[in-house]
Every structure is written in C-alpha cells, then in structure tokens.
Design a protein around this ligand. Structure first.
Ligand SMILES: [Zn+2]
Length: 406
C-alpha cells in the first residue's frame, strides 16, 4: 500500500481495517496492521498471510510478526529506521501470544483496535496482562494502547493501557471502524480454522522413510534439510541418536547470534524431518522454533501449490500435520519475550486441540525453568492456548539425550 502519513489513531486503524478486508478476500484470517515512525509516517502496512491459495502458507504470518521481521530486514539492508521504542504498530486485532512476544522482544509500541477474547494478550480487557510472564507485564502496560471507542454500542469502550505516542492528535477509534475490525475477523476465523482440519488423522499417515530416495517428497525434504530421514527414534520418544543433529544446529544458532537453541521436528513415525537453528542476527524474532515451523509449513505449501489433487493426497499422506509429530527444543522455554513468542507460535502451528494420543507433542531437552514454573506460564496464557490447545511442554524422557546436550 502507498506510503502516507497519519497523525490520527482513527485514520491509522482505518488503514489496518482495509488490510483486514484484503486478508479476508485472500481467504486468510481477517487481520491487518501497519507500522508508523515517530512522526506518523506509514513505513509499511500489510495483512495476515497464514492462508494463501486455499493452503496453509505460514502459521506465523500474522500482521504484526511480519511487520517486525520487515523492520529488521530493512535495517539489515542498511535502511535508517527509528529505534523500536519510537515505532508504533497499529493492528486491527489484539495481538496473539506470538505477536505480543515479538513486540515485547523488540521493544515496539502497539495500538490495538478489536479485542480477541480467545487468543488476545488482553483477552480479559484489564490491560494488566496476567497472560504474560510476570517480568513482561510492566513493559506491556507501557507499550500496548487500547484507545477509547466513543459511542453506546457493544463496540464502545474507555481507553486503557498506554497512552498512544504524542504525534497522534486524534486518540480515539470510531465505532463503525472498530465494528469493522471485529466483524472482518469474526467472519473469517471459523472458516480458516476449518482449513486446519483438512489434514489426515494419524492412522492414515504413511511413513516417508519407505519412499525411494529419488521420490519428489524425499528430494524436497532433503533439499530443505540434507539430514532429513537419517535419524529415526521410537515415535514421540526421541533418544540420544538425535543429539548430533541438535548439537550441530545449536552451534549454527550461536554463529547466527542466538543463545544456542535448536528445534527438531520428528514425524509421527519418529523420523527426523527438520532441525533448524535461529537467525537472530537477521531479525531479533527469527528464533529456532520460528524457523522450523515456518520451514515445514512452506515445504508442504510449495509441494502442494499448483499440484493436481492426487499429488495433494500423496503429500498429505506422507507429510502429516506437525500436531501428530514431535517438536524437540534443545532448550526449554524460559520467562523471556522470545520464549513467549515461541509458545504463541507453537499455538498458532497447532491451532486446535492436540491429538489425545499425542499429549507430549512439545518436548525439550534442557530445562530453562523448573517444571512447575513453566506449567504456570502456560496455564496463564489466553484460553485458546491453555484450554483448547493445552500447551504443555515436557522434558524428553531419554536421560542419554539430556546428558549429550548438557
Ligand atoms: Zn499474532
């Protein structure tokens, strides 16, 4: 969208609403946002891109997350952009846990239009953020704004949270614009959630390790990650055989400016599909988990895009939804904004309840928090994460794997 200037919250939210309409037109979640500098210049505006062409493109492609990666990519190219504390993101919908973690990790400001009672970080409308780990709450209170909506309908509200940056002259949102932001999201979210249920149940999945080496699915897996299918453990029970792959990615993560995290994705047969480091020097939010979940979604998207229906079926049989497999984090979540972003992105990847027979989908090797503290972080998350998906990271059972990474 053309760059312009806005010094009015209402005008900025109207741009976010227009992006949300474009998102609904694309068939993805109806959410949009924009990024402003300290004078109100629109640096970028964009919308949700989780679904493209009727396929899951990228479970992490929420508006705010994409804006933040765009910001870091521009800076990496040498563009002189203001520091995050001088930047305001305006979003049509309350940020989810992934986006809130990304916003807090970078130190950006955010102005929020519609609430999201299910996944929004301010789901309880208190603007005190009990859903965040305690150390992040004060920062959110100072950087997340919920402007007043003047009126008498159910969309009206008093302003809460931080005061929007001083360049905003008008500091309220009109009722019709707020209603539009809410309704565009509500009108698409059920349809989009259905998209996530087109994957096959685990009983119908086929083992990609039985495919010939020159099969296009095997070739695509190895092109993405050359060591794909070279390790196989018992389903959902990674053992010390996974250690060399994690250690190699952990070393790369450090080279890329990270703290030495790595995330592996095993399928429901126990096959290693991917093991990725983060790319934190390119962007402060490109963690190992973000890279891994995105790489797998985009691998499936690229294979399916433009393919005939019979191929779709084949791809769905051999490359199942990650919820039937296992994500193995080298390091367990801690109380940081990046970890909270990872937990949120994990939720966005699962989208719905974990399969009953795979409750330990999220495993980590080395704990960063005592188990009870980590469980408390997850139990405080908004309803989508704590009651629907029931995010519950657990340490791997294999002591030799833990010892190999310690
Ligand atoms: Zn989000």
């Amino acid at each position: 969208m053309a760059h312009k200037k806005t010094i009015d919250v209402q005008a900025a939210v109207a741009i976010a609403a227009a992006e949300a309409i474009a998102a609904k037109t694309q068939g993805t979640f109806g959410v949009g946002g924009l990024m402003l500098d300290q004078h109100g210049n629109v640096l970028q505006s964009l919308h949700n891109n989780v679904i493209k062409d009727g396929l899951i493109f990228d479970p992490t492609a929420h508006g705010e997350r994409q804006l933040i990666d765009w910001y870091y990519a521009e800076r990496a190219k040498g563009r002189d952009l203001p520091e995050p504390q001088d930047i305001t993101i305006v979003t049509s919908l309350d940020p989810c846990c992934m986006c809130s973690g990304a916003i807090l990790a970078g130190g950006f400001n955010v102005v929020v239009a519609a609430p999201d009672k299910n996944a929004g970080i301010n789901y309880d409308a208190s603007a005190t953020f009990p859903a965040l780990p305690e150390p992040l709450r004060a920062q959110a209170e100072q950087s997340f704004s919920y402007p007043a909506i003047l009126g008498t309908s159910l969309y009206s509200r008093a302003s809460t949270g931080a005061t929007p940056k001083s360049f905003f002259i008008g500091k309220t949102i009109s009722e019709p614009t707020q209603a539009l932001c809410s309704l565009v999201f509500e009108a698409t979210s059920a349809e989009v959630m259905e998209m996530f249920n087109t994957d096959l149940p685990q009983e119908l999945l086929k083992d990609p390790a039985t495919l010939p080496a020159d099969h296009y699915i095997v070739r695509a897996l190895k092109q993405q990650y050359p060591d794909a299918l070279t390790y196989r453990g018992k389903p959902h029970a990674p053992d010390a055989g996974l250690a060399p792959f994690l250690k190699q990615a952990m070393a790369r993560d450090r080279e890329h400016g990270g703290a030495g995290d790595a995330v592996a994705l095993l399928d429901s047969f126990g096959n290693l599909l991917l093991c990725m480091p983060g790319r934190m020097t390119q962007s402060g939010i490109r963690s190992a988990f973000m890279e891994t979940t995105r790489a797998y979604a985009q691998l499936r998207y690229k294979l399916m895009h433009g393919a005939v229906p019979a191929r779709h079926e084949e791809i769905r049989h051999y490359l199942g939804h990650p919820k039937d497999g296992t994500f193995v984090f080298a390091k367990g979540p801690d109380g940081s904004a990046v970890s909270f972003m990872n937990l949120g992105a994990y939720g966005s990847t699962m989208e719905g309840p974990l399969p009953l027979k795979n409750p330990a989908q999220f495993q980590y090797v080395l704990p960063s928090l005592p188990e009870a503290e980590l469980a408390a972080v997850c139990a405080a998350m908004p309803p989508l994460y704590r009651s629907v998906i029931r995010i519950r990271p657990t340490q791997v059972a294999d002591h030799a794997l833990v010892a190999a990474l310690a």
